[in-house]
Ligand binder design. Sequence first.
Ligand code: NAD
Length: 491
Amino acid sequence: MRADKLMYIGGEWVEASSGERFDSENPATGEILGSVPKGTPADIDAAVSAALKAFPAWRDTDPDARGRWLLSLAAAIRANADDLALLLARESGHYIGKAQGLVEFTAQNVEFHAGLADKARGSSIPTGPGRLALTRLEPVGVTGHIVPWNYPLFLITRSVAPAVALGNTAVIKPATPTSLIAVALAEIVGSIGLPPGVFNVVTGPGSSTGAALAGHPDVRSITFTGSVETGRSVMEAAVPNMTKLTLELGGKSPVIIFPDVDIETATEVAMQGALSRCGQVCIAGTRLFVHADIYDAVVARLAERFAAVRLGDTLDPRTQMGPLVSADQLRIVERYVAIGKQEARLVVGGARPDDPALQKGCFYLPTLFADVTNDMRIAQEEIFGPVLSAIKWTDEDEVIAQANDSPFGLAAAVWCNDTTKAIRTATRLEAGGVFVNEWIGEDFKAPHGGYKLSGIGRENGFECISQYTEVKHIAINLVDKKPENWCDAPL
Ligand code: NAD
């Protein structure tokens, strides 16, 4: 990997036009890992120009060849898996085992989307005799990708891989805390010789570089993944240019546990949904609706299991939960826990760990609140930390109404041994993804996206194709006849 850590624009490695840089930190230790250029709107402009210049040749590249480029990228990601996993663990706070899995997941995601290059297609439409009506899917042009820090490698490729496979060029603005990972991916892209300008990375603050990308008149599609608040400003910035938009935003996912589920199962389900990646997951199952018959037993078992979670350095293979991504995120979690202590009953956690070895990092104990009601702030607002709210329920209709009583609608889960009841509940939940007796997180083969404040549009699966293509209708006259009198035409 290069030592100078520069931005990648038009196939060149460049400093920011301002000449400024900013540091990237290990959230587990506070160690400075390196610095990256502090990009500016002028750098976004340069990247968009490079992407615009590269677009016609990339659009006209044989789709099979575009697919093969992406397969080469997946292979190169695997070839650099150790370095990427190490960087993910050190810069973003994923513990090393999870980081290794995420690198492989990213490679598989690129391979899936490589297949779209020669499989996304239009159709013929029966508009009547004497005419052939076709639709053609055409790439939109320059696409912008604004990415958060929680899954920084996977989330770049989740949108860039389909965009590029379908003939578009891309400008990426990573989140500031995880810029080194984006630069490392750019190095891998550079190493496979992808044509200059197809893939560009500009590192820098969201309020300047991100906003400049979202509002750039030459950008035809923006994929934004991040918070609702920033999503709103991205949407506003896109309005003057009518830029196509996918917004993948936050969540407060309900997990409904029926009384026929055993306590062990309910505990594991709750832990996976709430503590994976230290709770910093958009779909995190942070509202745990447990039936009254097993509520006390589940809360008691969860208290034991939460207290036993091993926090530690992300490079220690025994670690089960790493740190929060930054001191800012830690402060947000602390604020919500203070609110929770006033609203509900703190069962376990609710503080930073005492372990002296963890004091330099942004660690927070797994935290469980019981006697929570769905109207409390800790049940309504996204905390983005290892904080779980357990809510008691007795009536099926009521629990579904409460699960749906949320500004979000990203994911939900139902755990129930009665299949009819489980499926009935799944169909009634307002969420873009519902897991029944499992918690898959995200599968790039299936659509991912949200209802309500959780966003607009879908990533992954075939559903993402509409974000990166325009549909062109071509109508062809097949009969040899004179045109009708112009004024008799219906439109
Ligand atoms: P964020 O909104 O603070 O930042 C996201 C990105 O937007 C970053 O790259 C940031 O630099 C940039 N940005 C900031 N201000 C901007 C502006 N004015 N204009 C344009 N870009 C700007 O989010 P975050 O804290 O990085 O991520 C956490 C959020 O992301 C959570 O709400 C989480 O639920 C959500 N998320 C959603 C999904 C999903 O698929 N739905 C996946 C992961 C994370």
